[in-house]
Design a binder for this molecule. Structure first.
Ligand code: FES
Ligand SMILES: [Fe+2]
Length: 325
């Protein structure tokens, strides 16, 4: 069962799916420059008139100045280029060219749609695409969203997100994890649940009878989930320009638990610091790996049942990667 990330496919060359880019409480008093996987920078601003986020391609058609460096016209709520003052509305139509006899409607920029869901803002180039993540549709408790931009290879970060054997090694010292003691015991069994153009799922089991099995899910092109009993580690990792990635993640627990909500609220600052440190540790090892990585999967060796998810991810990239990414 592909139980989580679902989207409607569009026929035009476009975003494959909405992309989360910020928490819902993004400051409304400035224009934001958002980087997307298609290498298209987008200018996002709050429209005070219609009380919604507006978004257009960041490049002014006149001489390619960044519209995100411009201003929002307080009267019209249109975005105004700082260079020669062209203005664009939420549809991306030019509404005004200062001191010109040209008809502004001859000019336009591509527009985008900003949607708010699950405490995140998502950017999309289609108006009616739905964002549905099944686990977040049902009652749940979750941490504050962790959002970070850093220099890394996004495929290696996806591998890391579904890598069972790294947790107590890379994150030694965090919440009692110890590189000399495996909390889960020996990985003695693994199997594939499904594998197709939309992603894959596999399960890894350990020899300890009281440890539940863990399911590793990849949903193309950017979403991973690690599911143990009723807990999900959810992540979306996508490339942006200049060798950087954006990583958005959360720990989601099925069912609404008031005591967990309270616990998470009280320890919010500590959780944020811990999340940052965990991410820093992952990126550090990934970047050290990437200095040696010329041909990822071909040079990998399998050392335990826990490697199945990374192996499947590379098989998936080989089979479907070019058509899907
Ligand atoms: S570059 Fe934007 S108006 Fe000239
Ligand atoms: Fe990690």
């Amino acid at each position: 069962m592909k139980n989580v990330y679902f989207y409607l496919i569009s026929f035009v060359l476009a975003f494959k799916q909405p992309i989360p880019f910020a928490e819902h409480n993004l400051p409304k008093n400035k224009i934001h420059k958002i980087q997307t996987p298609e290498n298209q920078d987008v200018a996002v601003w709050w429209n005070k008139k219609t009380k919604e986020w507006n978004a257009v391609h960041n490049v002014c058609p006149h001489r390619q100045a960044s519209l995100s460096e411009g201003v929002v016209n307080p009267k019209s709520s249109c975005i105004k280029c700082r260079y020669h003052g062209m203005e664009f509305n939420k549809q991306g139509k030019c509404t005004m060219i200062p001191s010109s006899t040209f008809n502004p409607s001859m000019f336009s920029v591509k527009n985008y749609f900003v949607k708010e869901k699950y405490g995140l803002l998502w950017i999309d180039d289609k108006k009616n695409t739905d964002i549905v993540i099944n686990i977040l549709e049902k009652p749940h408790t979750k941490l504050p969203w962790f959002i970070s931009v850093t220099e890394a290879d996004y495929k290696s970060v996806i591998e890391n997100s579904i890598d069972a054997a790294h947790f107590n090694q890379v994150h030694h010292g965090i919440v009692g994890l110890n590189r000399y003691k495996s909390p889960l015991g020996i990985y003695n069994k693994s199997y594939k649940n499904w594998f197709n153009s939309t992603g894959f799922s596999c399960t890894i089991e350990t020899a300890k009878p009281n440890i539940p099995s863990t399911e590793y899910i990849f949903l193309e092109p950017y979403n991973t989930q690690v599911k143990t009993k009723n807990t999900y580690i959810f992540a979306i990792t996508y490339p942006i320009n200049n060798g950087k990635i954006k990583f958005i993640s959360n720990l989601i627990i099925q069912d609404k638990k008031w005591y967990l909500d309270l616990f998470f609220r009280i320890f919010r600052p500590l959780i944020k610091i811990t999340g940052k440190e965990v991410f820093r540790q992952d990126i550090q090892i990934i970047n050290s790996q990437n200095q040696n990585l010329y041909n990822r999967a071909l040079k990998y060796t399998t050392i335990s049942q826990a490697d199945i998810a990374v192996t499947l991810y590379n098989k998936w990239l080989e089979k479907y990667g070019n058509e899907n990414i």
